[in-house]
Structures are given as C-alpha cells and as structure tokens.
Design a protein around this ligand. Structure first.
Ligand SMILES: *[C@@H]1O[C@H](CO)[C@@H](O)[C@H](O)[C@H]1NC(C)=O
Ligand SMILES: *[C@@H]1O[C@H](CO)[C@@H](O)[C@H](O)[C@H]1NC(C)=O
Ligand SMILES: *[C@@H]1O[C@H](CO)[C@@H](O)[C@H](O)[C@H]1NC(C)=O
Ligand SMILES: [Cu+2]
Length: 217
C-alpha cells in the first residue's frame, strides 16, 4: 500500500517537477503594420508593432520560453532583436538582420523562439534593420521565477518607462539622406517618454502627453 503511494507521488513529481523548472511558454503575436501618428502638430505614417509605438511589453519569468510570431505587413524587410537576452544555442532567434537571420520579407513571417535563462529585470526589443527601430521597439519585463522574491522590497507599482526620439520627417528618409550625403543624420525634433514628446506646442498636444494613473494601496 505504502509503496503504491510512493510510486504515485514519484509519477506526479516526474510530471510536474520539469514544468516548475522549465517554466511556461509565452506566446506573442507581433503584426508589423503602418499606422498614422500625430505628434508635434504633424501627422505621418510610422512602422509599428500591432499599431502601437512603443509596441507591446513582453512579460516572462526567468526560465520561460518566449515564442513571438512576427508577421510583416509593411513594404520594408524587418527583423527584431531581443536586446540583452542571452541566446543560449538559439542564435537564430537573436534578430540582427544579415547577421543572425535573413530579414523577414514583406508578406512573410518568422517565429522567434528562445528561453530566458539566468537573467531578470527589464530589457527591450527593437527592429534591427534600417532605421525601423525609431518606432519599432518595446520593453521585455523578466520577473523572477514564481516564489522567488525581488532582490529589493516589492514596489507599490511598476511602470515601464521607454525613452525615445521623434522625427517629424520619415525616419527612413532621414537615414537615407545621411547615407547619400555622408553627413550626420538630422537630429530628432523631440525626445519622448513612452512615445510622447510632452506638451511642447500649445495648440495640439492631445497625443503628446504621457499619462500614468496609479492607485497606491
Ligand atoms: C530583403 O531581404 C531579402 C532576404 O531575406 C533580401 O534578399 C532582399 O534583398 C532584401 N530587400 C531589400 C530591399 O533590402
Ligand atoms: C522552440 O524551440 C524548442 C527547443 O528548441 C522546440 O522544442 C520547440 O518545438 C520550438 N517551438 C516552436 C513553436 O518553434
Ligand atoms: C534635414 O534637415 C535639413 C535642414 O533643416 C532639411 O532641409 C532636410 O529636409 C531634412 N531632411 C529630412 C529627411 O527631413
Ligand atoms: Cu539592441
């Protein structure tokens, strides 16, 4: 009787222990699409992930496997780099175009498949071809394994802050002009926090302001 119990426990352990150690699989869909954006009293079309810039925040725990299916709906070749992620035997998921992979061509897709090992904190992802990273970027939040505390007191709230830049001109036109002339590319028109330059102009700043609402318990 007792032996049966032990055997049953062992079977359960063999099934669930690897799940605990290996972590979960996190699925994300990145649709690379054009989107009209209004900043600094001007509208232009930008390359985005899922219509947002910055794009979606990836959440994972240490030990999780991340699967990101990137579908390219724009006219540019695209690749995405997972900045700071250690690619252990998954070099083809790292992202730099023409270094780790051929870029994803218009109408094509690619699945990035990597496991997060031995690191936690907030990193970021960005396009790794042309100047698409100007608008194609976002955060990766890696939480400790379940049950493992932060190495500091638990914060009341957490907010991802992404510092960026905004050009009124098309950013591909900016870099192409620089490559042709051999001069430095034009400097940006504003710095941004989470994609918003702030209320620089008095009249039309509806999309220029970043707002965060917190409820402190
Ligand atoms: C797009 O990438 C493919 C390889 O994936 C390459 O053959 C092609 O020349 C690239 N197109 C442009 C416009 O760079
Ligand atoms: C991701 O990679 C793992 C390990 O190499 C493999 O077992 C799994 O089938 C891959 N998943 C997909 C969806 O490509
Ligand atoms: C770069 O700046 C110069 C000088 O202001 C301007 O004439 C040019 O149109 C700009 N280029 C782009 C691509 O916006
Ligand atoms: Cu990078």
């Amino acid at each position: 009787m007792e032996a049966n119990w032990i055997r049953a426990l062992m079977v359960v352990g063999f099934i669930f222990f690897p799940l605990l150690v290996q972590g979960r699989v996190r699925h994300y869909n990145f649709n690379v699409v054009m989107k009209k954006a209004n900043r600094l009293c001007a509208t232009k079309s930008i390359v985005t992930v899922n219509g947002h810039s910055p794009g979606p925040t990836l959440y994972a725990r240490e030990g999780d496997t991340v699967l990101v299916r990137v579908v390219n709906h724009v006219k540019y070749n695209v690749s995405i780099h997972w900045h700071g992620i250690r690619q252990l035997r998954t070099g083809w998921a790292d992202g730099p175009a023409y270094i780790a992979q051929c870029p994803i061509q218009p109408g094509q897709n690619y699945v990035y498949n990597f496991t997060i090992t031995g690191q936690r904190g907030t990193l970021f992802w960005h396009a790794h071809i042309l100047w698409l990273r100007a608008t194609v970027h976002g955060a990766i939040v890696i939480l400790p394994k379940r049950g493992v505390p932060y190495p500091f007191p638990k914060p009341d709230v957490e907010q991802v802050v992404i510092l960026g830049e905004w050009w009124k001109s098309d950013t591909e036109a900016v870099i192409n002009e620089a490559l042709k002339s051999g001069l430095a590319p034009n400097v940006s028109d504003a710095h941004t926090i989470n994609g918003h330059p702030g209320p620089i102009s008095s009249s039309c700043h509806t999309q220029d302001v970043f707002v965060a609402v917190y409820e402190i318990k």
